[in-house]
Each structure stands twice: as C-alpha cells, then as structure tokens.
Design a protein around this ligand. Sequence first.
Ligand SMILES: Cc1cc2nc3c(=O)[nH]c(=O)nc-3n(C[C@H](O)[C@H](O)[C@H](O)COP(=O)(O)OP(=O)(O)OC[C@H]3O[C@@H](n4cnc5c(N)ncnc54)[C@H](O)[C@@H]3O)c2cc1C
Length: 435
Amino acid sequence: MKIAIIGSGITGLSAAYRLTRNGHEVVVYEASSFNGGQASTLEISGNDLEKAYHHLFVSDSHILTLYKELNISDELEWFKSSVATYTENNIWPTTTILDILKLRPLSMKQRFSLLLISLRLKLIRDWKKLENITAYDWLKNKVEKKTFEIIFEPLLRGKFGRYYKTISLPWFWSKLQTRVASRNHKFQEILCYPKNSFKSLIETLVETIESNNGSIKLNHIVTKINIKNNKVESINVKNSTEEKTNKFDSVISTVPYHILNKIVKLPDQILINSKKVDYMAAVVMIIVSKYKLSNYYWLSIAEKDFPFLGVIEHTNLIPKYRYNNNNIIYITNYVEGDHPLLSKNFNEVYKEYEPYLKKINSKFNKDWIIEHRFNKINYAQPIIPINYSSYKIPIELPVNGLYCANTAQIYPEDRGTNYSVDLGENVSKLIMKGK
Ligand SMILES: Cc1cc2nc3c(=O)[nH]c(=O)nc-3n(C[C@H](O)[C@H](O)[C@H](O)COP(=O)(O)OP(=O)(O)OC[C@H]3O[C@@H](n4cnc5c(N)ncnc54)[C@H](O)[C@@H]3O)c2cc1C
C-alpha cells in the first residue's frame, strides 16, 4: 500500500517506522527543513539540545519500548528532579512531601489540605467521572482561596492563558498521575533524558525508515488532500521550485486541526468538532549562562505580574560537564496564538524578562549570557474542554484512506512524545487492518 504521512514529528516518524517495517511504501512530507517537529533539537555551544525543554517520565512506556526496539536504550539515563515555586519574593522547594509541609506561604492547615486533595485526586481511577467539570471549578471548590491562588491558579493561567477556566479536570488528573508515577519509593521524582538529546531517537527513526525504503521529504508542504467519491486519491505537495500532485492509497495527517482544515474538506460533523479545539503557542528562550539562576530543575512562577511561566534549568537535572560546565536555562511561556509576544525578537523579550530574572536571582545580569536562542512553537498545547470524549475525533476518519493522528487526539493524558509514539503505532495498525 502507498501511504503519505504529513509531518515528520514523533507521530509521523513513529507511524512511518511501523509501516515501512511491515513492507509498506511510505513517503513522509515535512514542511520545515528538519525532522522531529516540537521535539526537534538545535545546536548550541557545540551541543544538541531540544528547542523546548524535554524529559521522559517513568510511565512513558511506549517511547521507552521504542528506544529498546531500535537498540538505543543505552541512550536512556535517569536523574533526580527538583521542583520549586516562586512566590512572595522567594523560591519554595516543592520536591518532597516534607517540602510541602514546610511551604511557609500557606498555613499548616492549608499545607495538609493541599496534600490531601492531591492524594484524593490521585486515588480516583475513573477519569470519565471527572469529564463534566473544569479543573478551575473543581480545584477552587476543594482548596482554600490562598492555596488556589498560590498553587493552582498560576499553573492553569500560565499554561492556558485566557482559556484557563475552561480546561477539563481529566487534564489535571492525568498530569498528577504521570508526575506521581515518576516518583520512587522515597517519593523522589525521577526523570529520563537521553544521553545525546532527543536527536538520537529522531535520527535513528529516520535512518531505519530510509533503510526500509521509506522516504522523508523535508521542505515539502502538503497544500491539499484530494478526495474523490469519499476516497483519498492524491495530495498536492509544494516545495521551493514546484507544486505536484502525487497519488496515494492512504494519507495520515499529523498536523493540528487548524492546518488540516485548510488542506481538506472534512465531513461536516468532524469539522464542527475540530473547531472546538484551540491551541496555545510556546515561547521558549534558551540561555547558556556562566552561572545558575536557581538550584532547581523546574521552577514554576506563581506571581501574576511575571511575564513568563517557568524557568527550567536543564543543567540542574543533567550534569553540566556535558555542556562545558555551562548552565543551560530555558525560560518558558505559553501564550494564545494571537499574543503580541509571538511577534517580538529575543532582545525585545529579554528586556521584558530581565527585571524578573533578577527577582529570582539578584546577581543575574546580561554578562552571564554566553549564548542564547529564541524559539516560538505554534500549536504547542491543545486546549481540551469538558466532556471531550463525546466529540474527540477518531483516528480513522469517515473518508476512505484518510487518517488523523495529532496531539489533540491524546486524551485524557497531556500530549507528549510518549503518546505520539503510541498514536503513530495505533494509526499504522488501523491502516494495516484495513488493508
Ligand atoms: C514547550 C514544550 C515542552 C514539551 N516538553 C515535553 C516533554 O518534556 N516531554 C515530552 O515527551 N513531550 C514534551 N512536549 C510535547 C512533545 O514535543 C509533542 O507532544 C510531540 O513532539 C508532538 O509530536 P507530533 O508529531 O504529534 O507533532 P509535531 O511535532 O507538531 O509534528 C507535526 C509536524 O507537521 C509539520 N507540518 C505542519 N503542516 C504541514 C504541512 N502542511 N505539510 C507538511 N508538514 C507539515 C510540522 O512542521 C511538524 O514538524 C513539549 C512540547 C512543547 C511545545
């Protein structure tokens, strides 16, 4: 069978790997000049590094199995993570239960109730029962005002901007499940990061797909999926020199709905449902610094006036000797697709951020910066509203040969490379079953 895959992110590459291994003829078309999509890497100070911070959890079984299958599991290394929250002009560690019990901005009663509510949510097995309520409404009713304002509201507001009151509770529930499952018997969070960054996985997938006679075409934008008599017939593909029509038996789209809707006329109900999903963009600044900003890997900002959401100090997780003893610091933000930050450059955004970086560490100044990068990632985080399972779009669309496998179909889990691998495997199984 001849299959076109739109997008060479982890979903597209995983599907191509499975299908070519089973003898199918696969062409992956990728609009950009690199593979890996949101998990792609860049070179900075002589090292490969994700454009946006990435790690894996203990429960990420699909991707961990893929590493094994590809004979690259020696890439996987595990590290103790450290987490903290910035509020009331201080950094408060929140890594262990003891840390929570010492969280001074909250009263002792509030600290206990925070632990109890997390435990209560953790023990819920059937997430479907949580589908008809937003995380905002549930948490606001369950904890005291101060706990909500310091812990939960900044988290929801920071990640989902103006949509923060609409996110369904299963999103929050699944985040908690993943993070708790990644803790060892001492309740210490353990995270995985590949020895040679996510580049080794992406490159190995590409090499394996090509050695199985699959082909990956970078700088090729799919502009149209042509349907005749409710069956996929061909796609239009544009590169820098020409636009061509190529015939295929099946097409897998891994792109967000906003893009898919521009290149194919979806059946009415699917179109309506796809329009119910919106996305946040990520704005990620990377700083290679002479010194560390804090002692924590993951620092959440719980102050409304801060212009960013978190600071992820990669080298507080991964030993910094790997990076010439420099410190790798990501400063991250999620913003709406029409946010003014998306049209600014590094210098403009740095100017906004600097006074707040100084609040985290008063000694911080521009002289610390050895090198920097600035990345904007569209459609970075789907916004999943309540009762989503009643209208989530299936992988197999009601058009013969047309399949859709994108981050908004990952539910109730939050999107992540582990679930992209699973999605890639599921879509290829469906295609092979339908053969
Ligand atoms: C800030 C941030 C932090 C993250 N942290 C983690 C983490 O710690 N751990 C983790 O596991 N995951 C993390 N993720 C999520 C993870 O990176 C994604 O869920 C995953 O990579 C999505 O893969 P995908 O293939 O489904 O989509 P994408 O990576 O978005 O791939 C889709 C591809 O389609 C291409 N495309 C679009 N339109 C066209 C077209 N018309 N023609 C051809 N190609 C097209 C795009 O260029 C892109 O390459 C993070 C994401 C972000 C943004």
